[in-house]
Ligand binder design. Structure first.
Ligand code: UDP
Length: 240
């Protein structure tokens, strides 16, 4: 049974990082396509504004609170999640785990060449990891059957979909019944970080809940996206 808090219509799991990993490990070994999403405030806000997207998020098997804003929102609603569970951290922990148990991962998304670079780097970090295939995230609708075929043929049990939100969650939702993997995860810019194209914030920023500030300082073009945060908090306060 999932224990969740509803934030602006989106069900967020009240789960620790350790339990989220246990659940992901179980899902990656269980036949039938499961989905994990990792909503940050921007994604929850998108769900609030788009009922279709909200439905997609609520059909996940696990929705972890990625972003300190979501943690604060749950506290404001007096139904707190235990901690932030960042999609990137959960992905790393799961990759480390399946490197030991042998399930393969397919890397789908990011600009051409990035997934291949991520594969190389991941194989250095987790020497026994099976990367079953790669595919960039820039495609036409008519390419989709071939992409699904490539993923299914690869035999991967875990599919990382890195197309940015809400595209990745909608893609997973639309193709769930055609895929033969066990678990799909929508994890945004993770492949860019694995490939070394984008740097994750230093530990101190993460510990102080200031990862958003680091990302902003590194990419000021994201300003528009950060403006969503105060709006998110105000909306939670209003809609409570
Ligand atoms: N992306 C993609 N296909 C698209 C649009 C975006 O593969 O049609 C990729 C983009 O190259 C990047 C990722 O999706 O690697 C989104 O990164 P972002 O940092 O925006 O993710 P988020 O902040 O949502 O985690």
């Amino acid at each position: 049974m999932r224990e969740t808090v509803e934030i602006l219509g989106v069900q967020i799991d009240k789960i620790t990082a350790a339990d989220a990993l246990k659940k992901a490990e179980e899902l990656v070994r269980t036949p039938g396509v499961s989905a994990i999403y990792t909503p940050n405030p921007e994604i929850v806000m998108a769900g609030y504004q788009d009922p279709e997207f909200c439905k997609v998020l609520n059909q996940a098997d696990l929705c972890t609170p990625d972003g300190i804003g979501v943690v604060y929102a749950s506290r404001m609603l007096k139904n707190p999640v235990p901690e932030r569970v960042a999609g990137f951290d959960l992905t790393c922990a799961l990759l480390e785990s399946i490197a030991k148990t042998g399930e393969g991962v397919f890397l789908f998304g990011a600009k051409p060449g990035v997934a291949e670079k991520a594969k190389e780097k991941l194989e250095e970090t987790y020497p026994n990891l099976v990367v079953s295939g790669c595919r960039d995230g820039y495609f036409k609708p008519e390419d989709e059957p071939e992409i699904i075929e490539q993923i299914n043929r690869s035999g991967a049990k875990l599919l990382l979909v890195c197309l940015g939100a809400p595209k990745q969650e909608k893609w997973i939702h639309q193709n769930r019944d055609k895929l033969q993997v066990n678990l799909c995860m929508g994890v945004g810019g993770a492949l860019d970080v694995f490939a070394g194209e984008v740097k994750r914030a230093p530990e101190i920023f993460i510990k102080c809940n200031l990862e958003w500030l680091y990302r902003f300082l590194k990419q000021p073009s994201r300003l528009g996206r950060f403006k969503a945060l105060p709006k998110f908090i105000l909306t939670v306060k209003k809609e409570g």
